[in-house]
Design a protein around this ligand. Structure first.
Ligand SMILES: Nc1ncnc2c1ncn2[C@@H]1O[C@H](COP(=O)(O)OP(=O)(O)O)[C@@H](O)[C@H]1O
Ligand SMILES: [Mg+2]
Length: 295
């Protein structure tokens, strides 16, 4: 199988993926997105014969546009630009989850300091303010007081980029010092872990401690539905436990489309890259079958 990896930096995650693909004898084309140009009908990248391209771009804008162009050239791409579009934006992500009746934290979006302040006061303290685009827990604010709210809103309005003009306000979920990350392929879990921290942000990137986690039926069902809600693909589904450790009640706070797996690979007994490549192989075979049928 000929697989393209679209990237701008090869991290441990990409190395794991590349090693597994090469071990299995697949031909891998590395596409450094910084060196490519994407025209309306063709690209400088040699992608026409690839069976599948896996988007591993770190930058959201590159990921969204590059996948869109590849898709328009008819190159199968993981994840699809449609899934990327929903997952890259926390407001669209929350809407998709709510539309699919998946429990997700109460959220409001407002466009001015004044309306954002109203929403914050209604949620009460603490509540959470998130940038609509971003990851690794960056620029997230837990707001404890009205004074803090006023300061953050003014800073965002004055100093923030375009995306910070959208105020994304969320109820604070009193989770038990941890949240859950599930790597899933088309809704099927590959592995899951908890991320624990004394800090309210439990992201592995923020130093959260990771540990393997066994999903119960409720969580399995939510992961499957959350994946479908955003259009499927290779996804990182984030859940929080409501009502304490092991309560079996969950809320899904986001679904990520360029999912990391090095922490999950270390935390769990599962060979994560192997499972991911199993799925990529199946995906490429299915796409090839589709092409034969259409031809
Ligand atoms: N509403 C919330 N209440 C409590 N903790 C939250 C809430 N939303 C997020 N968190 C914590 O912050 C972390 C980062 O939030 P998340 O929405 O996943 O953003 P990011 O894209 O930066 O990972 C989560 O892993 C979780 O630990
Ligand atoms: Mg997250």
């Amino acid at each position: 199988m000929q697989i393209g990896i679209l990237y701008s930096r090869i991290r441990k995650d990409e190395k794991l993926l590349l090693a597994e693909l090469r071990d299995r004898g697949h031909e891998v084309t590395k596409i450094d997105v910084r060196k490519e140009r994407f025209g309306l009908e063709s690209t400088t990248a040699d992608v026409a014969d690839l069976d599948l391209v896996v988007d591993r771009c770190l930058s959201t804008s590159r990921s969204l546009y590059a996948t869109k162009f590849l898709d328009s050239y008819g190159v199968p791409v993981i994840n699809s630009p449609e899934t990327g579009d929903v997952c890259a934006d926390k407001a669209k992500n929350s809407l998709a989850l709510a539309e699919a009746d998946i429990p997700t934290p109460a959220t409001e979006v407002a466009f001015t300091k004044e309306t954002a302040m109203e929403a914050i006061e209604e949620f009460g303290y603490p509540c959470v303010l998130k940038p609509v685009v971003g990851s690794w827990g960056r620029l997230m604010a837990k707001i404890d007081t009205r004074n803090a709210a006023e300061a953050i809103l003014e800073h965002k309005e004055t100093l923030g980029h375009y995306e910070h003009k959208v105020f994304y306000i969320q109820e604070f979920v009193d989770k038990p010092g941890r949240d859950i990350r599930v790597l899933a392929v088309d809704g099927e879990p590959v592995a899951a872990m908890t991320r624990s921290s004394d800090h309210w942000l439990t992201n592995a990137a923020k130093g959260g401690e990771t540990k393997s986690f066994d999903l119960d039926d409720r969580a399995l069902d939510l992961v499957e539905r959350a994946s479908a809600a955003v259009g499927g693909g290779m996804l990182g589904v984030d859940l929080m436990e409501v009502g304490g450790t092991g309560s079996g009640e969950y809320t899904v706070h986001e679904v990520n489309h360029t999912v990391e797996f090095k922490a999950l690979d270390s935390a769990s007994d599962v060979d994560v890259p192997a499972k991911v490549v199993d799925w990529l192989e199946a995906k490429a075979a299915a796409t090839a079958d589709d092409e034969e049928v259409t031809a």
